[in-house]
Design a protein around this ligand. Structure first.
Ligand code: ADP
Ligand code: MG
Length: 248
């Protein structure tokens, strides 16, 4: 395919992406919140002493984005797939996955790089207790070769033996001011019309959850092409409908 054709396919794909993916921060500088957590992790990475990590807190606060941005800092694009294993909600959470995919990734060294690999275990709180106990043993055995990042909403659902093997970071809800700046950035990039009171309502509605804010904004824009909450318009209806359809 010619370069320009490839470029336009890429652009079309970009246009169709959900905004939460299209505007997922690609590097640590692009993340709008939790600077203290990010600078601590950056220091760990610079000093080559990254511990196992446990990120917890409500949804849409940047947990997955932060670890993916860290992974992009640690690994070049060509080594990414061989060095990073990302398991998310769609993967099985039973003991089978620990004894299978996780164990085999953790126990094999790669020819590319001498350093450690990274296993990102999203929604770790959905793992059974048996699976968490098996994971604890894998962590103990392969710490030389691999670092884990466990991500969850509820810390209390992670067994204490796993918690104690990780350095824990709590991701709180995003600040309204931070959300506003990021939403303005998206609005500008998309070239859409949004009244200030629309942004304000969006921030209130989403309660510090950036995923929710972006999803609601995208759904509304796709229906109304503008967003204002004080003038009579069907936006609230769309929000209600989007919520009913589980879109947000
Ligand atoms: N700190 C942040 N800075 C910029 N965008 C963010 C931030 N946190 C969340 N987002 C936006 O919300 C989306 C969901 O974030 P994500 O990292 O998947 O949240 P979590 O893993 O905490 O549920 C991201 O794709 C991004 O667009
Ligand atoms: Mg996540």
């Amino acid at each position: 395919m010619a370069v320009s054709a490839r470029q336009s396919v890429k652009e079309a794909q970009q246009r169709q992406l959900p905004w939460v993916e299209k505007y997922r921060p690609q590097n640590l500088d692009e993340l709008i919140s939790h600077r203290d957590i990010i600078s601590t992790i950056q220091r760990f990475m610079c000093e080559d002493r990254l511990p196992h990590l446990l990120f917890y807190g409500p949804p849409g606060t940047g947990k997955t984005s932060t670890i993916l941005a860290c992974a992009r800092t640690l690994y070049a694009p060509r080594e990414f797939n061989s060095m990073v294993l990302e398991l998310n909600a769609s993967d099985d959470r039973g003991i089978g996955i620990v004894r299978g995919a996780i164990l085999s990734f953790a126990s094999t060294r790669t020819i590319f790089k001498s350093g450690f690999k990274l296993i990102i275990l999203d929604e770790a709180d959905a793992m059974t207790n048996d699976a968490q106990n098996a994971l604890r043993r894998v962590i103990e055995k392969f710490t030389e070769n691999v670092r884990f990042c466990l991500i969850c909403n509820y810390l209390s659902k992670i067994i204490p033996a796993l918690q104690s093997r990780c350095t824990r970071f709590r991701f709180g809800p995003l600040e309204p001011k931070q959300m506003e700046l990021r939403l303005q950035h998206v609005i500008k990039e998309e070239g859409v019309s949004v009244q200030p009171d629309g942004v304000e309502s969006l921030i209130t509605l989403s309660g510090g959850d950036m995923r929710r804010a972006l999803n609601v904004l995208q759904v509304i824009i796709s229906h109304c092409h503008c967003l204002s909450f004080s003038t009579p318009n069907p936006c609230e209806l769309y929000i209600a409908r989007a919520q009913q359809c589980d879109l947000v």
